[in-house]
Design a protein around this ligand. Structure first.
Ligand code: ZN
Length: 130
C-alpha cells in the first residue's frame, strides 16, 4: 500500500490527484489491474468528476454548501459537523481500472481529493492489484 500525502490550503477544496496516482502506477510498474483509493479521514473524501473545466469543482462545492449549511442545530460540538456530513455524502473510496499502465478514466474525468475541514495535511491510501 502507498500513502500519498495531500496538503490542503483551504477549508473546503477539491485537489486533482490524478497525475500523482498515475505516477504511482508507473513507479510500481503495474500494467493491468485495479487501483483502489481510500481516504482515512472523517472530514474529507474522494470523488471522480470533470477536471477539464475547474468551474465544475467550484459548482459542486457551492451546491454542497447549500445542501449542508455551515450553521444548523448540529449535535456534534467540535464545530465541524458539516464537514462530516459532506465527507459521508462524497464517500471515502474509489476504484479505477488500470490498463497498459494507465488509469482507465473518461476523457473529462479526474480523481479529486475532497477537503471539507482544512487546511490540513491529509493522506490517500492507494493499492493496485495486478
Ligand atoms: Zn468532528
Amino acid at each position: 500500500m502507498t500513502k500519498l500525502e495531500v496538503k490542503t490550503s483551504s477549508q473546503t477544496e477539491f485537489i486533482d490527484i490524478t497525475s500523482r496516482v498515475q505516477k504511482e502506477i508507473q513507479r510500481l510498474g503495474i500494467s493491468d489491474g485495479v487501483c483502489y483509493l481510500f481516504v482515512p479521514h472523517t472530514t474529507a473524501g474522494i470523488t471522480i468528476n470533470e477536471n477539464a473545466d475547474p468551474s465544475v469543482k467550484t459548482d459542486i462545492l457551492m451546491e454542497l454548501d447549500k445542501l449542508i449549511p455551515q450553521d444548523d442545530t448540529y449535535k456534534h460540538l467540535e464545530g465541524n459537523a458539516p464537514a462530516h456530513v459532506k465527507a459521508s455524502i462524497i464517500g471515502c473510496s474509489e476504484t479505477v481500472f488500470v490498463e497498459q499502465g494507465k488509469l482507465v478514466l473518461g476523457t473529462w474525468q479526474g480523481i479529486f481529493f475532497c477537503e471539507f475541514d482544512g487546511p490540513r495535511t491529509r493522506r490517500v491510501f492507494l493499492k493496485i492489484i495486478s
